[in-house]
Ligand binder design. Structure first.
Ligand code: HSE
Length: 319
């Protein structure tokens, strides 16, 4: 049952909420985490690349722990693991780095023992760990997902992204813990704000499903979380207001932030949007990397055996 040659999996980053779809909408992005995993005599975890600095390399490692939760759920006796992990997803910036680690650990472990658990089971397990389905669903299934979670079970529908859609992300240099960005949210909201969000979120899903991209700017507006998180991200309210005037189809805080994500039309140049976002953040004292990132239509996948990690590393960090 164990794949003695090990497995290599690739998992995309994700953006959550897309504005009004708080804890509900997610979309996979073309930045990746790779995990090579195989059974071993003793546990060895090697982390590669600057994005993983400071992450534990013992059995407290998140990927290692979620891998063992798969063995338990599948009724398989756990074994020590040898793992190599490489990530190009910036940590604690609102691009789903922890969700991709959770999905990667679950997916790789399940593949390592012959896929006994279904995708839906992995999604439920991941959501229980992450406590919201948006990022983990996007990383698992790719594309855009709309998901609901009742505390135990998840239900989702995947939306194939329109062929003309792409994104520009503005990633501030500072980190923002999701916990902190959730602590600023109110426990109660007004009916008017709830209706505001339900209408925008419904419109956004309809726009993304039907390809009516002209309503995205209106549909991405939010009153449930962005106004409260604005105090944590200098420059954000101005960029949310002004980016559509610089070529964005719509713009939102990416997950809990601090990254901002703009939808763009692939057929148009993003040069003025990129410089606008960079300069506006800078005018508020925030250094940010602003770049085009494609939507990932693919979710988590097996992309080879364990030793395939050496070519991934050679191509990306010039070993
Ligand atoms: N939906 C979550 C939030 C995403 O906005 O807090 C966090 O990654």
């Amino acid at each position: 049952m164990w794949q003695q040659d090990g497995v290599l999996v690739r998992v995309p980053a994700s953006t959550a909420n897309l504005g009004p779809g708080f804890d509900t909408l997610g979309m996979a992005l073309h930045l990746h985490l790779w995990i090579a995993m195989k059974p071993a005599e003793t546990t060895v975890i090697r982390l590669h690349g600057s994005e993983l600095a400071g992450i534990p390399t013992d059995e407290s490692n998140l990927i290692y722990r979620v891998a063992h939760s798969v063995f338990r759920a599948a009724g398989v006796e756990g074994r020590p693991l040898e793992m190599d992990v490489y990530s190009e997803i910036p940590l604690t910036r609102g691009l789903g780095s922890s969700a991709s680690a959770i999905i990667g650990g679950l997916y790789a472990a399940n593949a390592l023992i012959g896929h006994p658990l279904s995708q839906e089971q992995l999604f439920n397990m991941a959501t229980l760990i992450e406590r919201h389905p948006d990022n983990v669903g996007a990383s698992l299934f790719g594309g855009i997902i709309a998901a609901a979670w009742d505390g135990e079970q998840t239900e989702h529908i995947r939306i194939e992204p329109h062929g003309d859609l792409s994104t520009v992300v503005a990633i501030p240099q500072f980190q923002l813990e999701t916990k902190m960005a959730r602590n600023v949210l109110p426990a109660h909201v007004s009916l008017a704000d709830a209706v505001f969000n339900i209408s925008r979120s419904s419109l956004l899903v309809a726009a993304l499903s039907s390809g009516q991209l002209h309503v995205i700017a209106t549909a991405m507006r939010d009153r449930l979380h962005q106004p409260y998180r604005a105090s944590l991200i200098p420059g954000m309210p101005r960029i949310l207001d002004e980016a559509p005037g610089h070529g964005a189809l719509g713009v939102a805080l990416s997950g809990a932030g601090p990254t901002l994500l703009a939808f763009t039309d692939k057929r148009r140049s993003n040069a003025s949007l990129v410089s606008y976002m960079k300069e506006t953040f800078l005018a508020h004292g925030v250094e940010a990397t602003v770049m085009e990132v494609e939507i990932s239509r693919e979710g988590a996948v097996c992309c080879g055996t364990w030793d395939g990690i050496s070519s991934v590393l050679a191509a990306r960090i010039n070993l």
